[in-house]
Design a protein around this ligand. Structure first.
Ligand SMILES: [Cu+2]
Length: 211
């Protein structure tokens, strides 16, 4: 049986998702480099003839402990920390006044979508105009849910007693899914919403057709 694994995170279709994907690749690169160095050292150690202790073995062990146990993790952590802070800085948290505002309410087990300025309400279907910032105001009517379209941006919880804002932008037309990313009960796995990114004129036509 062939298993198809969706890796939308690595197929970014917008600037926010691109930043997250870049960070992911950096982590993979660093992890791979550390693993390769470790594997080479292990192979070298294993291929040695046992019993021949070198005179300066204590000094060498100490050097490896400082280098591999302190220095190398410190360098890796500093790089990862700097890259994460940079990614957080370029990640938009606010949007200009012309941004499209969409309110999404999580229910067990469906999504309710409001476009307050357009006076449009839909169920399990989110339309987004390509190339325009969108502010999603996320909340929940019952338990905690989570909104996530990996191709467009990060994950954000939908809380029953608060509203979280998520700023997104789609760079090209496409159809995606937002699957609930927080276990929310029996039908959690079925809780998904179709997300359609479309050119602005098609989005306007869709809005007009809803009225
Ligand atoms: Cu849910």
């Amino acid at each position: 049986m062939m298993m198809v694994l969706a890796v939308g995170l690595l197929e970014p279709r917008g600037p926010v998702a691109e930043t997250i994907a870049d960070l992911w690749w950096l982590l993979l690169g660093l992890g791979t480099a550390v693993f390769v160095v470790f594997a080479v050292l292990l192979a070298r150690g294993l291929s040695r003839t046992p019993g021949e202790a070198e005179p300066d073995v204590r000094k060498r062990v100490g050097r490896w402990l400082v280098g591999g146990g302190v220095l190398m993790p410190a360098i890796v952590l500093v790089i990862v920390f700097a890259a994460t802070v940079w990614a957080m800085r370029v990640m938009p948290t606010t949007a200009s006044r012309d941004a499209l505002v969409v309110e999404i309410v999580g229910h067990q087990w469906w999504f309710e979508v409001h476009y307050p300025d357009e006076a449009v309400t839909t169920t399990n279907e989110l339309h987004l105009p390509v190339g325009r910032r969108v502010v999603l105001r996320l909340t929940s009517a019952d338990v905690i849910h989570s909104f996530w379209v990996p191709e467009l941006g990060g994950k954000m919880d939908m809380l029953p007693d608060d509203t979280n804002a998520l700023v997104l932008q789609a760079d090209e037309p496409g159809e995606y899914y937002s699957r609930c990313a927080e276990f929310c009960g029996l039908h959690h796995a079925d809780m998904k919403m179709l997300v359609i990114a479309e050119p602005p004129d098609r989005f306007a036509a869709w809005v007009a057709a809803q009225r």
